[in-house]
Design a protein. Sequence first.
Length: 128
Amino acid sequence: MLLLLIGLCFILFPVGFFIQQRNIRKSGIKIEAVVIKTEKRNSSGRKRTGPSYFPVFKYTVNDVDFETEYVVGNMLPKFNDGETVSIYYHKDKPQNISLSNDLSTEIFLLIFIVVGIGFVAAGANALL
């Protein structure tokens, strides 16, 4: 039963995040943002997998400046400071952003979903 619950979490979280990001790209507003820095964070937990890098974007919406850290980090810095990147922001919540083409995040989410399916299958098999 525990494997089923873990599997469902591994499936539902990335599916929800994927839908949220897709909705921002679909109904959001496209704008050019500048990478002002990249935050480096070390992983926490028992297994050290190395640091993750989170880009921070600066952009202006209705004469208001925003500095928003992207919610998904990468194993290597994805952007250079000062680089201009196309992003989409949520029309009602400009701090909610999505990158215009973020294949690495979608692959990462797909890996979580596949792992979740594996847990669900193992949990279902254990119940039989």
